[in-house]
Design a protein around this ligand. Structure first.
Ligand code: GLU
Ligand code: ZN
Length: 305
């Protein structure tokens, strides 16, 4: 098979490889700190490898300098990663090869639908181009043909999750403008980096069945997933780059780290708030209990002291 997955790591295959995979569409905000910290603590508490992967596949949405800013923030917060940061912008050739492979196997098809064609379907692709032949002349995206299959997985935080793939619809792996889609890049690289554990925000829970299915098409073992609550503002909106969540401050990481531990349900003792970054992280690793993370979609920022 022409797919370069599981690049060589010397020695035995590690039993835990986690990752934090930010998109450089803005600086690191408190919501992404919570996801990063959850992923870091889970990995370190299991003596695992923890990687950082920069998901820079969407230049129009990227902010100049954001990738560097994110890495600086992670360092200031003591979240030191192993190995070199993998930049998805360097992985286009691998993505192309995977698309060729999926195409040869008949797992994907071209879709010429416009945004207008898809109005009124609640974001679920209605399959318009599934059986069209010769749809490749005009500009098109590429979609994965999802079978009538139920995907079930055990989320380490959210419990048993089940989705019927037809309820999610066929998904895009290459956009009309030629850019590779997140679903493709995330699976290609989780496979390539041998990721065994994915700890990330709840907003990606419903993309997980697609990713499990796509990984199965790449003959890759599915990682274990854990989705931590996202952080919401008073009006219920998720803290995100889209709603201009502020960058976490670089000068006083202790207080934010303490709050992030609270957001993850770890009940740190008040005294820890005035400790150093390394002491807070050491406490976090020693006391990490993933079962204490709230089994729910979100935690309001206002609930944290
Ligand atoms: N790059 C994605 C984001 O920032 C996260 C990818 C992932 O953790 O799977 O939303
Ligand atoms: Zn279509």
């Amino acid at each position: 098979m022409p797919i370069d997955k599981e690049h060589a790591r010397s020695g035995k295959k590690p039993i835990y490889i986690g990752r934090f995979a930010p998109s450089p569409s803005g600086p690191l905000h408190f919501g992404s700190l919570v996801a990063a910290l959850g992923s870091y603590l889970d990995a370190r508490s299991k003596n695992g490898i923890w990687l950082v992967r920069m998901e820079d596949i969407d230049p129009p949405r990227e902010q100049p300098g954001a990738a560097d800013q994110i890495l600086k923030s992670l360092e200031a917060y003591g979240l030191h990663w192993d190995e070199q940061v993998l930049f998805q912008s360097q992985r286009h050739e691998a993505y192309r090869q995977i698309i060729n492979h999926l195409e040869a196997k008949g797992f994907i098809y071209p879709c010429t639908c416009t945004r207008k064609d898809l109005q009124g379907y609640g974001g679920v692709y209605p399959g318009i181009c599934r059986d069209k032949s010769d749809n490749t002349k005009t500009q098109h995206s590429l979609r994965v043909r999802c079978p009538e299959k139920i995907i079930e997985f055990q989320d380490l935080i959210q419990g048993s999750i089940q989705y019927a793939l037809p309820d999610l619809g066929d998904f895009i792996i290459q956009r009309k403008d030629g850019l590779f889609a997140y679903q493709l890049a995330v699976c290609a690289d989780d496979a390539y980096q041998g990721i065994t554990h994915v700890v990330r925000g709840y907003d990606l829970l419903n993309a997980t069945p697609w990713q499990i299915y796509l990984l199965s098409l790449l003959n890759t073992t599915t990682p274990t997933y854990a989705h931590v609550p996202v952080i919401t503002l008073e009006n219920g909106d998720k803290l995100s780059k889209q709603n201009h969540a502020p960058e976490i401050p670089l000068d006083q990481p202790e207080q934010q780290l303490f709050k992030a531990l609270q957001a993850l349900g770890q009940n740190p003792d008040k005294a820890l708030a005035s400790s150093s970054v390394s002491d807070i992280l050491r406490w976090g690793i020693a006391h990490w209990q993933i079962e204490k993370v709230a089994k729910r979609p979100s935690v309001p920022l206002a609930a944290l002291s």
